[in-house]
Design a protein around this ligand. Sequence first.
Ligand code: PEP
Ligand code: CO
Length: 454
Amino acid sequence: MASVPRLSDWSPDSWQRKTSLQQPVYRDPAALARAVTALARLPPIVVSYEVDELHRHLASAQRGEAFILQGGNCAESLDDCSSERIVEQLKILLQMSLVLVHGLKKPIVRLGRMAGQYAKPRSTDTETRDGVTLPSYRGDIVNRAPFDAISREPDPELLLRGYERAALTLNFVRALIDGGFADLHHPEAWDLEFMRHSPKYEEYKRIVESLGDSLNFFESITGRPVHDSQRVDFYASHEGLHLLYEQAQTRFIPRRGRWYNLSTHLPWIGVRTAGLNDGHVEYFRGIVNPIAVKVGPSSDAAYLRELTRVLNPEATPGRLTLIHRLGAANIEAKLPPLIEAVRAAGAEVVWVCDPMHGNTETTSLGVKTRRFDAILFELETAFKIHAEMGSTLGGVHLEMTGDNVTECTGGARGLSDGDLARAYRSTVDPRLNYEQALEVAMRISRHAEHARRR
Ligand code: PEP
Ligand code: CO
């Protein structure tokens, strides 16, 4: 997957000569340096072979031959690094991918927002409550969420705690998958306790049964188990926001003659830190991993032309994913010019729709939420626009959990603003719960089935 030419004017720390937004301010630079040195000495979480393999899958998604399901928490929490929470997250991603395979009839690239999704951009540096002003919460790798001076002080040791939790998380996911948990012959292992009461359970069951029939059919005509030929793969991704963390795990791989970020398979740049002259773009241009950038309603043609040129100068398929997060109100006006601009630049990108981040609202009680209908509208409109323009929507990016939370309103159970208080656990953005996430997968599948019939 040779894609990024070796850059003579780049090094893992060259971003430090630029302005980097959203970086925490630590009180003790010596303690920070010690933590970063310790982090750089630890073994990587992923290896370059896997990163290259994901790159090939993303190139298939770009050609429309595979579909990316990227999902997980807005922010992982150190306390939620437990077997239950990891299994729940894996279960819902596997179930959704089963539904998507059924409807889309193509391989699904499973990409968790996990094993490192610990650093968060914030709209303000400080937060004031009852006259007290403290640093904003920036994710568990930086500081802690409770509103007190000790919790909110950025602590360099948390870089190590986050990295260790990321490794524990991916280790457990890998063991589950290699041990047969993801075996398509036993999808009953992914059932979540409360799902039998779900209004969507019957539909899901029908899909599982029909897939089981296809699997049996395939195996009887080929005379061999499907699992011999197709390992279910699973990749990790996170927002590469905290540049010292990313830099510490950036390794030169002599076999490839390239620099890899081995803290994750696919790091992405968030919408707030993707300025052309910013430290993030500088860091990302030099690593050979497949990378993604979020694009919002204010991204214009000139910006996209330059961004794609800097981050994917050789126009290598699968190298650069653009995740558009425009909002239900903007997508019809804003997406066509973005697609046009990328096309006019001759750039090669994978398009992914994030229908979450352009649809965040605050209720009258001050609770952050998202309406299920707005999420679905943005997603379905994205499919429609890409198809009309002869482009390919290669995947979807969701904030979701296998947990039974009440953070987004709507969905089959019709959650209202009043339900939000019942089980709101996210420390940052509201996530789709198990049922809503499965419903999104079903709607995408149905959409694809209709499109095939047209
Ligand atoms: C996120 O993905 O949690 C996020 C902050 O997204 P964006 O950069 O699109 O706002
Ligand atoms: Co978010």
